[in-house]
Design a protein around this ligand. Structure first.
Ligand code: ADP
Ligand code: ZN
Ligand code: ZN
Length: 765
């Protein structure tokens, strides 16, 4: 037996794998993730290393391979657990061990600490006036300028002093030496939270603790009966040493977050740690502050705006026990807590919990595995649970809890109306706003309340096509239509290819060529025309592209700097807008007719969540859903805010067509710049799977045979000149698919291809 080892797991050299022999006496004792001691380098210095793979054979000359000396007495470090997790992910989702390791292990980077400096008074209040009176307006003009600004603002950012007030570093220095002012330096990365909090609050060192204590005591609420039932049940199971997976189905505002916090408090009291996953888009200041208010600087956050170094630093703090709660997106799952007790996944239905690159893991699956390894529980929460999780409750894999009412009595459920867009057209209304929605918007403008208009699509218009021959203008590098943007630019949303919109059809020369569909830019133009006095904000991928754009727009709207917010799905998350009493969904159909088997589920979720934005404050909310398919069950059940009915309609369809979650499904992508090579690879895979099935049949093993579809073109058959072919395999038992994947991986019948073929697996359900 041989073991693949890595010696330095944080140096970014994960791909340096060294092969060692496992001596007879240790065979069977050495497992993945274990720390061992090996002779390393030319002088055979005894070195610690991690086991990342175990193999029967060795591709080197056995005489050259050294023996492992022994198992490290340090036991399994948290990194060892993460390596085991990587091994599981590689197996379960399909990837190389290296890809899996890079996903789970934090890579050490030089941390570029962003130092934020601010200037505050050092001199006691009583003496300041006297001191300033003693300065000469002529000779000490700069000092006076600084101290006057400081009197006014209480504290000043260092850069503002040097750049805006034009005060030199030496002036600042001399005031500092004289004991008049103090320069406080804080490394931004040390605690991404406390800094935001400290801004504006001039605390003395001693005061800080009391202040936090006060916060944590004030912020806990008394749970209502529905909430308490959940906490009691989980705590009870925990006390019996059972670590389950729980789903809290509760409408927005029903108090899920308060339940999470109570469970967190309970976990911390046991000396254990907590990971809280929140979709990046909902990871707003407001959300994070709720955790901070209750748990103070036990909390840290991760987000994609942090550099690799900053993330590494947060991981280090977790490992050293400086923090107990990590809040973040998917990647926060790999926080190296040594005593992990609880993983919470809020908005568990969110598609961002699924990784789009190998290993294409789902956060829920990995969370359950990590929890199983650590002896921790998993709590999922959503107003619109994924069909997958709800199904798992039905078959007894998870335990379901329901919160039926909003926690704050004054908050009401919004009333929802569905408007049939076909009758609008018949009545001669060509606007994208139905008559009803127009009327309600006008009403809100008069009352000084706010409106959200929601469109699940960005850009000025959809694609551009010829009205004579029907040709749509496509990207030359990708198999998608180009999207028309303001200023007459056509842009590919897959590769960024950009051209001016043509004046005539490139195919037949006709001049009847125009944009189809609607986008946020166009909605903005039309709403501005219809309501000239209204203040309008638009939020989509284009307006939020710059750093902080997302937050800035939401805050401006929350401050009532605009009457109407137009946006794509990113506006349905995060912020609370108490003054929003009207939500208009402009075209519910946009997400209904996609090719994915999840189209109905996504539509239901989007509509429900959009509706949930109305009436979050004291004022009751109204929702208008515009659609061409008013009878579709996704629209009907969303209008009734009735998840159970939606689920009852949806699950038979999944059952009938053998889709997840009833069946497990593996899609295999074959991508190559040579279309023939991709095609041949897919066919070779198909033939191999056929042989497997035959063999199982002969042995009488295949009670139910896997179903195979393809090879065929991927939904987007070409991206950036890379051709993409797909093979779909379905089976009730996920393990059968994993076995097939392993077989394909080890034989890789496309290896002989002379052009590179990338093969990527994706297993769901
Ligand atoms: P969700 O996470 O389900 O959207 P939250 O936990 O954010 O719901 O609760 C919505 C609002 O109701 C919050 O302002 C919260 O503080 C408040 N709330 C929740 N539970 C209670 C309770 N038991 N008593 C008083 N207020 C509560
Ligand atoms: Zn044409
Ligand atoms: Zn393109």
């Amino acid at each position: 037996m041989y073991a693949g080892l890595i010696v330095d797991i944080t140096g970014g050299k994960l791909d340096k794998v060294f092969t060692y022999r496992i001596p007879e006496a240790l065979v069977g004792q050495i497992t993945l993730g274990m720390q061992v001691i090996v002779p390393f380098g030319r002088v055979n210095r005894q070195t610690e290393a991690y086991v990342i793979e175990l193999t029967e054979r060795c591709s080197y000359d056995p005489a050259m391979v050294k023996d492992i000396i022994g198992i490290s007495p340090k036991g399994v470090a948290v990194e060892g657990q993460l390596i085991q997790l990587a091994g599981w992910m590689k197996e379960e989702y399909g990837s190389s061990m290296l890809q899996a390791l890079k996903t789970v292990l934090p890579v050490r980077q030089k941390v570029e600490a962003v130092v934020r400096k601010r200037i505050v008074w050092q001199m006691p209040q009583e003496k300041r006036r006297l001191f300033m009176a003693g300065l000469s307006p002529k000779r000490n003009a700069a000092q006076l300028r600084l101290l006057e600004a400081l009197t006014e603002d209480g504290e000043l950012p260092y850069e503002a002093v040097t750049q805006k007030l034009h005060i030199s570093a030496s002036t600042i220095k001399s005031l500092q030496t004289a004991g008049v002012i103090r320069v406080i330096e804080e490394s931004q990365y040390r605690n991404p939270l406390s800094l935001d909090l400290a801004a504006g609050e001039d605390l003395q060192d001693g005061e800080e603790k009391d202040f936090q204590k006060e916060r944590s005591e004030n912020s806990a609420v008394i749970l209502n009966d529905e909430q308490q039932v959940i906490v009691d049940a989980v705590v009870e199971e925990e006390s019996r040493g059972r670590h389950g997976t729980y789903l809290i189905h509760g409408i927005t505002g029903s108090g899920k977050t308060e339940v999470y916090m109570e469970l967190i408090a309970h976990t911390l009291a046991q000396g254990r740690q907590v990971i809280v996953l929140i979709p990046e888009i909902a990871l707003t200041y407001q959300t994070v502050m709720r955790f901070y208010r209750r748990f103070g600087d036990k909390v840290s956050i991760l987000n994609s705006r942090m550099s690799a170094g900053e993330r590494y630093d947060q991981f280090l703090r977790a490992k050293n026990g400086e923090i107990q709660i990590m809040v973040g997106p998917r990647s926060a799952l790999f926080t190296p807590f040594t005593q992990l007790g609880l993983i919470i996944i809020d908005e568990e239905h969110e598609s961002s919990y699924k990784s789009e690159s190998a290993p294409r893991y789902h956060a829920i699956g990995v969370a359950r595995q990590r929890a199983a390894m650590a002896g921790a529980s998993v709590v999922l929460g959503s107003a619109t649970p994924s069909v997958d999780s709800y199904y798992k409750c039905q078959i007894g894999e998870y335990r379901l809890f329901t919160l039926k009412k909003r926690a704050v009595k004054t908050a009401h459920l919004p009333s929802v109306e569905v408007v049939d867009l076909r009758t609008e057209l018949e009545a001669g209304n060509k606007s994208i706003l139905s008559r009803r929605l127009t009327e309600l918007i006008r009403d809100r403008l008069q009352r000084g309340e706010q409106t959200i208009l929601f469109l699940n699509r960005r850009g000025f218009a959809g694609f551009m096509s010829c009205r004579s021959c029907g040709t749509a203008i496509k990207c030359p590098h990708c198999d998608v239509s180009l999207t028309l943007h303001r200023g007459g630019r056509l842009i590919c949303h897959y590769c960024g290819h950009e051209v001016p919109a043509p004046k005539a059809c490139p195919s037949c020369g006709s001049r009847y060529i125009a944009g189809f569909g609607i986008g946020t830019q166009k909605v903005e133009t039309m709403v501005t025309e219809q309501f000239p006095g209204a203040r309008i904000l638009r939020m989509d991928a284009d307006t939020t592209a710059k750093k902080g754009g997302h937050e800035a727009i939401l805050s401006a709207f929350a401050d009532h700097q605009a009457d109407i917010l137009i946006g794509t799905q990113m506006i349905v998350k995060g912020h609370d807008f108490p003054k929003v009493t009207l939500v208009g969904v402009l075209a519910a159909d946009l997400s209904l007719h996609s090719s994915s088997y999840e189209a109905s589920e996504r539509t239901f979720q989007l509509l429900t969540q959009a509706a949930g934005r109305a009436g979050r404050g004291q004022l009751p909310g109204q929702v208008v859903i515009q659609t061409y398919s008013p009878d579709h069950y996704s629209v009907e059940t969303a209008a009734d805010q009735d998840y159970e009915s939606f689920y009852e309609e949806e699950i038979p369809y999944r059952q009938m067509l053998h889709y997840p979650p009833v069946y497990a499904m593996m899609t295999i992508l074959f991508a190559s710049k040579d279309e023939q090579a991709a095609e041949r690879a897919a066919r070779a895979a198909e033939a191999l799977v056929d042989r497997y099935i035959d063999r199982w049949r002969q042995k009488g093993l295949a009670k139910r045979e896997p179903e195979m579809i393809g090879p065929c073109d991927a939904p987007v058959s070409k991206i950036s000149d890379i051709y993409r072919k797909m093979l779909y395999i379905k089976h009730v038992d996920r393990q059968v698919l994993v076995t097939i994947k392993n077989g394909l991986e080890s034989l890789a019948p496309w290896q002989q291809e002379r052009v590179d073929v990338l093969v990527q697996y994706d297993i769901t359900g």
